[in-house]
Design a protein around this ligand. Structure first.
Ligand code: NAD
Length: 352
């Protein structure tokens, strides 16, 4: 049984606490929680009958912890992960792993030097239709990929941004690309392969925040395929969709719903008997935009630790989509196409 401890008891902590605290993950249990705001820690601690703390160092020293789960503001992930590595316990960090590439590099280095495994939460990779699409990709069913696109059309009213001062800031959050759409950016790159160049435009259309609430990106992949990212939190009056389309010479797949959870199209040139059942079998909309993926994600983490398996999204893999997001912002700021790899010069993400 692995003991997990939460650092940060805000919005997403509730999801983590429920899974770990209600024993929904085999081989895992919630051992302790902490938040700088003691009331938040107490609330979750009492609900799940585990000790609560307002200082993560006190928690790590006084509790038997196997895995520390960092759920603090995105721009503080590097600070908190690096500080935790001295305890020699594995670390799960919510997405995005960091905001700047130097921060991501420092996290990877600190974890490696202390023999700590770093797991970055990208739960959408574990959505059932996404797993199915990835299987088809690995089996070569798409053939040569032609076009990959993602759409995030979500509604985040001003009240969402106003609830915490870090939201929508360059220093601690970024905009829709870094926060809400980072999953979709990751899925697109995971499916389509390395990116050669990006060209992007962004605007702050409806929200009163520093960063963007709306963006469009044109991508060219190393394979020669093209891609499009469309991301907004300015859809009104409600969330519309979070979706992924993959088009190749051998077939097309489209996964939609609110959280890339509903198989909409599954069509292959060399169709098999089971293909006709896939759309009906893999079409379940989750109750919220986080999707079902956190459960499968935790099961994967436990399996990797207990059976010494390679994990799907380690620090280097988390860094990849961060590099892509930095390149997109570089393009927004310069008005130029940005070729990867590159050194961010104008990207404001993670800056003051
Ligand atoms: N995977 C997903 O779908 C998903 C969904 C939502 C949020 N997230 C990510 O989770 C992270 C947190 O988001 P949120 O919405 O829960 O934020 P939040 O503001 O609701 O919670 C963050 C909490 O961390 C606490 N905190 C900060 N530094 C701390 C420290 N050193 N020790 C203890 N507590 C500390 C804060 O007091 C706050 O309560 C962000 O990086 C966000 O991008 C991921």
């Amino acid at each position: 049984m692995l003991n997990f401890a939460l650092i940060g008891c805000g919005r997403i902590a509730k999801r983590h606490a429920e899974l770990l605290g209600l024993k929904q993950i085999q081989g895992a249990r919630l051992a302790a929680v902490c938040d700088l705001v003691e009331d938040k820690a107490r609330h979750i601690g009492e609900k799940f009958a585990v000790p609560h703390f307002s200082d993560m160092h006190e928690m790590m020293s006084r509790t038997a912890v196997d895995v520390a789960v960092v759920l603090t503001e995105s721009g503080n992930h590097a600070r908190d992960v690096i500080a935790l590595t001295k305890y020699g316990k594995h670390i799960v960090v919510e997405k995005p792993m960091a905001l700047t590439l130097p921060d991501a590099d420092a996290m990877i280095h600190a974890c490696d030097s202390n023999g700590v495994r770093l797991f970055v939460v990208k739960q959408n990779r574990f959505n059932r239709p996404v797993v199915k699409a990835r299987e088809a990709l690995e089996a070569g069913r798409f053939g040569r990929l032609v076009l990959g696109t993602v759409r995030v059309r979500w509604c985040r009213p001003q009240a969402y941004y106003d609830q915490d001062s870090w939201r929508g800031t360059w220093a601690l959050d970024g905009g829709v690309l870094t926060n809400q759409a980072s999953h979709h950016v990751d899925l697109l790159e995971w499916m389509m392969g390395d990116v050669e160049s990006v060209y992007a435009k962004a605007s702050t259309a409806l929200a009163k925040i520093e960063a963007e609430d709306t963006a469009v990106v044109v991508l060219r992949f190393v394979s020669g395929a093209l891609g499009v990212i469309e991301a907004t939190t300015a859809a009104r009056p409600t969330d519309l969709e979070g979706s992924l389309s993959l088009l190749g010479e051998g077939g097309s797949v489209e996964i939609g719903g609110f959280a890339v959870n509903e198989m909409k199209v599954w069509r292959f040139v060399n169709a098999t008997d089971v293909d006709s059942e896939i759309v009906a079998k893999y079409s379940v909309n989750p109750p919220n935009v986080y999707g079902f993926g956190h459960q499968a994600y935790y099961e994967h983490v436990v399996d990797c630790i207990q059976n010494d398996k390679r994990h799907l999204v380690d620090g280097l893999e988390g860094r990849k989509s961060l590099e892509l997001i930095n390149a997109i912002y570089e393009s927004v700021e310069t008005g130029q196409e940005v070729r990867l790899r590159f050194q961010p010069r104008h990207c404001r993400l993670g800056g003051a």
